[in-house]
Ligand binder design. Sequence first.
Ligand SMILES: NC(=O)c1ccc[n+]([C@@H]2O[C@H](COP(=O)([O-])OP(=O)(O)OC[C@H]3O[C@@H](n4cnc5c(N)ncnc54)[C@H](O)[C@@H]3O)[C@@H](O)[C@H]2O)c1
Length: 392
Amino acid sequence: MNIKPMVRNNICLNTNPQGCAVNVKKQIDYVRKNLSPAISSPKLALIIGGSGGYGLASRICAAFGYGAVTVGVSWENEPSEKRMGTPGFYNNETFNKEAENAGLTAVSINGDAFANETKTKTVDAVRQAAKQAGIPAKIDLIVYSLASPARTDPKTNIKHISVIKPIGCVFSGKTINVMDGTFSDVSVESATEEEMFDTVKVMGGEDWELWMDTLDNEELLWQQTRTIAYSYIGPESSWAIYKNGTLGRAKEDLERFCRQINSKFTTQKKIDGAWVSVNKALVTRASAVIPTIPLYISCLFKVMKEKGLHEGCIEQITRLYRDRLYPAGGQVPVDSENRIRIDDWEMREDVQKAVTEKIKIVTQENVFTETDFEGFKQDFLEVHGFEPRINT
Ligand SMILES: NC(=O)c1ccc[n+]([C@@H]2O[C@H](COP(=O)([O-])OP(=O)(O)OC[C@H]3O[C@@H](n4cnc5c(N)ncnc54)[C@H](O)[C@@H]3O)[C@@H](O)[C@H]2O)c1
């Protein structure tokens, strides 16, 4: 099958199913070689947002590294006569097939994770999967890895749309066209109060807590349950658009809900703990549309590859599980804000210094030599199954 990628404004509109299958299998191979069950590793894992990026890597690590029964929730377009499915649809297909071949129990649910109906379906799926595998219906690991443009609040039925905007200032910067490497200037107006509120509603922590409440009411939690949600902080040069912008506001809310989940469930010994993990900037469907992030990632990849520190989603999550969430000593290492930091290599002083230098000198003329634009483009295409080696 020779399908060409259709990309508009750094958004890829189509998918190569064959390439998606190759990507999932590559990640499975990596995990089989680099992660093995530990004493405390999970036997039953629920991954919310498990069809792409960090969530898919989290599911692959739990299943193929630890041998866990996995239930994955995601919202992907199935293929129809008129259009192809979204990458996550094909990723799920391959994951399910590979899990079956490996004798692992896996159930994938396609539905809106914010909706009560999907939560109810998931509860049934967890019970059914546990029964099929002959283990107790108690979830050891809940990964909350949604990146969504919108959310309908089940209580009010109001649809909230998230935006990527600065707060209290106009953001101006450079971004790169993912297909040809051309630069353009972007300028983004400050978010309105309503836009801030809406973004927090979509990407904040309210729905994470609703999931925990549902699972608690259904007695699917126990004292070994660990739950984790993903965040990003990044370098100061991106703070105007990220950390101090609408998305950063939503991530602060996620951390607030993490504390709330801990005081509600962990202190009562209903679960073992909840954490926010700060991860590295990577190319996923969600990240390529954030202004300046493509340029930053191209510079970051160049520096981290030169220093032998580069990681993709699967390497990040393997390290997260092995060295942070399920380490040999049992204790989860955290920063002063109780966050897990797996962005430690990205944020290393020497890495950030070199990236800052690069950003200063990069121009349209030297972008292909001074940055790893090709690596960024390759990863972007690969997320949609268009890894060049497969597509030709
Ligand atoms: N990509 C990065 O550089 C990066 C860095 C640090 C943290 N993060 C965080 O990691 C998390 C995952 O991001 P990603 O980049 O892996 O995203 P992604 O786009 O690759 O995956 C998002 C997942 O969410 C699912 N999803 C979206 N809306 C849904 C809905 N309504 N119902 C059910 N499923 C839904 C999708 O199906 C998919 O499985 C986000 O919280 C993001 O902020 C990302």
